[in-house]
Design a protein around this ligand. Structure first.
Ligand code: ATP
Ligand code: MG
Length: 392
């Protein structure tokens, strides 16, 4: 059976009152964006608290389902058969045909789940369950009813149109991107930051991103890797505005002026300052990093405190309590891992000291930063002005 229509289920808990239509409109917009990636012609509509995807002509089923499983806010994707309202005899025939096609094996248990959104239908939910259950048993004597743990569930929805479905393919959950403001992701080429972006976006936050590169110390390929990662994250979030900031002169100047064991931490403070500047210019409400406590010297509690000190915006660190292996598992699941492990250099790694401070002292770091005098301000200004914007 080729399905020409999908019913999209979303969790209704988050969408009480007037937020409901904002949530639904954002979900429709994100689904429209996702189906654009699939060959075929699709129409996404909202009807009476339900979202449907209609397929006009041939399309790739696997591909469509795959794209829909990327849309935050969806909890279930149900391929449905839809038909105009009809009496119980016609409905019974449709249910039997549906079971015939959907259940190749008949030695299974089943349950009918009827739902009646229109109260004018002559049979109520209980009567529909009983009547249609009986019809299926008559047609397929090998099947039996199990109301607690059935092998097959047959959903029958009585609305303006009638719908039959038995599969609920799990969606990613979360909230549609765009329902919770926007944040700036510090995106490096590593494993962690794409996962961090994914996790915050899953709560409905739209993403912008910033990448610091240091040509010629970091290559064009390293930058391309970050663009590729941004594209992979964008498959879940919709278009991402990626700011590419040339960090070379700032890094060289810090290297020149400051103690080498403090280099990473001072560099990270400048990254955060620049990221925050770009974030507030583009209407972001926070920054996102892939930091996790204790992962490296720059992520000890002391280092995080010193890095954080330059920001007045909230910095979201969704991986803060995760082990590397847990982060790797998510990156594999969301499809960024293979790109993340490509062996290109990162600007953080080229000037690192052999023994970076692991317990930086804020006052000492501030004293070191004084040595950078006004020149650093103009370098920061130049880096911000010269940032390249790539829309992925
Ligand atoms: P990742 O796996 O994401 O590269 P990491 O484990 O390598 O993280 P760090 O290099 O200390 O850790 O970076 C910590 C966080 O700082 C990253 O998760 C990312 O959010 C940000 N970051 C690091 N380098 C860059 C960069 N070149 N451009 C943008 N953000 C960066
Ligand atoms: Mg990194």
């Amino acid at each position: 059976m080729t399905f020409q229509k999908f019913l999209i289920k979303y969790a209704e808990i988050a969408i009480k009152g007037k937020n409901r239509f904002l949530f639904e409109d954002a979900l429709v917009r994100q689904i429209r964006y996702a189906v654009k990636r699939v060959d075929g012609s699709f129409c996404v509509t909202k009807e009476q608290g339900r979202i449907f995807v209609d397929c006009d002509g041939p399309y790739d089923y696997g591909e469509l389902v795959e794209q829909l499983t990327h849309v935050f806010g969806i909890v279930g994707i149900c391929p449905v058969v839809a038909f105009p309202e009809c009496g119980i005899d016609e409905l019974s025939r449709k249910v039997v045909d549906f079971v015939q096609e959907q259940c190749p094996r008949k030695d299974v248990t089943f349950k009918i789940h009827a739902r009646r959104a229109r109260k004018d239908y002559p049979l109520d939910t209980m009567e529909l369950n009983r009547e249609l259950g009986g019809v299926v048993l008559d047609a397929f004597p090998q099947m039996s009813v199990d109301v607690h743990n059935p092998d097959v569930r047959i959903f029958v929805e009585i609305r303006e149109q009638f719908y039959l479905y038995s599969q609920i393919i799990p969606g990613p959950g979360g909230m549609p991107v765009g329902t919770n403001g926007k944040a700036m992701l510090l995106l490096s080429g590593g494993i962690d930051s794409p996962v961090a972006g994914y996790m915050v976006a899953k709560r409905g936050v739209k993403l912008d991103a910033v990448y610091f590169h240091a040509p010629p110390y970091t290559s064009e390929r390293a930058k391309q890797k970050v663009v590729d990662l941004a594209k992979q994250v964008a498959a879940y979030t919709g278009p991402i505005y990626l700011h590419v900031v040339n960090f070379t002169d700032i890094q060289l100047y810090i290297y020149d002026q400051c103690p080498h064991d403090e280099l990473t931490i001072i560099m990270r403070r400048y990254m955060m300052r620049i990221a925050e500047h770009l974030a507030s210019e583009s209407g972001c409400l926070g920054l996102i990093t892939g930091e996790s406590i204790g992962q490296v010297a720059s992520q000890t509690m002391q280092s995080l405190a010193v890095t954080n000190e330059v920001c007045s915006m909230p910095v979201y660190r969704p991986l803060i309590g995760f082990d590397k292996q847990e982060i790797v598992e998510i990156s594999e699941k969301i499809g960024t891992y293979e790109t993340s492990i490509l062996p290109y250099e990162d600007c953080c790694t080229i000037f690192v000291a052999r023994h970076p401070v692991t317990k930086p002292n804020l006052q000492a770091i501030k004293r070191s930063e004084k040595k950078l005098s006004e020149k650093i301000d103009s370098l920061v200004e130049e880096a911000i002005q010269g940032a390249e914007l790539i829309i992925v």
